[in-house]
Design a protein around this ligand. Structure first.
Ligand code: RRO
Length: 309
């Protein structure tokens, strides 16, 4: 089976890519992604100014995933905007992730992207869990709607939003109602499950320094939540709005399941961190084996085709 696939009117050789934040902070990491079997890449969420992020240790591998309290370390918008804009076709196939600490900062970031030559896809991160004093915006429905109103007053390049996980069907209803009111290109479900805690059984201590040990949970722990969020939004969003599925991918089977729930691209975070960029070739082989066994010719034939009882 050929994994070549359309997303937002662009053709990708694979639906797989990195999750923002993993293996995408420096140019050398981004180059490694470009040379891998990934279909495309997304850059580390950028703020207007470069940031060092939180104190170390700020990442831990756990028995079933990861915990991070990175705190948005990044080289600033100009660094990533320069990288994507100097790729072929002004980065038309690439994703640029951004977030502001205020409405004004978010609008300034997006104005800069608007004015640039960048022809790719912008992802607005509304769900960073790790900066003290800055709540995950997309848990505040009114604030999210207000921000999107201001964004779409001027921004007309393709824009997706990165959402935190929701856990209540009423919240899916409320957020989908807001999203359907805007020319949003896609939603990306999910960011890490915010503010989990892990205790080291050897030392009886937390495993990361910032925020007394709280951090975003990724990896196998979050897969059922990721599947549920993709499936919930697939049922509620207008069909013009695509979905990227992110959370707990370790095998081709995990990719297949996110596609079944309605994702048309799939991102890999914790497993990419643990395995390196070779993960993409492995996942593609595993996915192809599943599709061949099931006699599925193209991805579009199975996306969102999860059966209910
Ligand atoms: O940098 C981080 O701490 C971070 C971000 Br911006 C995010 O969106 N999700 C996450 O798990 N960590």
């Amino acid at each position: 089976t050929n994994l070549t696939h359309e997303f937002l009117g662009r053709t990708f050789t694979s639906p797989l890519m990195n999750a923002a934040g993993v293996h995408c902070e420096s140019i050398s990491e981004l180059r490694e992604l470009q040379q891998s079997a990934a279909g495309t890449l997304i850059t580390k969420t950028a703020t207007l100014q470069p940031r060092q992020g939180n104190q170390s240790p700020r990442y831990a591998d756990l028995p079933f995933g990861s915990l991070n309290a990175m705190g948005l370390p990044n080289f600033g918008l100009d660094y990533y905007l320069d990288f994507v804009s100097t790729q072929p076709a002004n980065g038309r196939q690439l994703f640029l992730s951004v977030t502001g600490f205020s409405t004004a900062e978010t609008l300034e970031l997006l104005h800069k992207i608007s004015a640039s030559d960048f022809q790719g896809i912008t992802e607005l991160n509304l769900s960073c869990p790790n900066v003290e004093g800055h709540p995950q915006l997309a848990y505040d429905f009114a604030a999210t709607k207000q921000l999107l109103q201001q964004v779409f007053n001027f921004f007309d390049k393709p824009l997706g939003i990165k959402l935190p996980p929701y856990f209540d069907l009423a919240h899916f209803d409320q957020m989908a109602t807001i999203i359907n009111q805007f020319p949003i290109a896609y939603v990306n479900c999910i960011n890490s499950i915010g503010n989990g805690l892990f205790i080291d059984p050897q030392t009886d201590t937390v495993v990361t320094r910032p925020k007394t040990g709280f951090g975003g949970i990724g990896g196998a722990y979050v897969k059922p939540t990721a599947l549920a969020n993709v499936w919930a939004f697939h049922q509620r969003l207008e069909s013009r709005i695509a979905i990227i599925g992110t959370g707990g991918v370790r095998t081709g089977r995990d990719v297949y399941e996110l596609l079944l729930c309605g994702a048309s691209m799939v991102q890999v975070g914790t497993q990419l961190h643990q395995e390196g960029v070779d993960v993409f070739a492995r996942l593609e082989t595993e996915l192809q084996e599943i599709l061949t066994a099931k006699k599925i010719d193209q991805l579009t034939d199975m996306i969102g085709q999860l059966q209910t009882l």
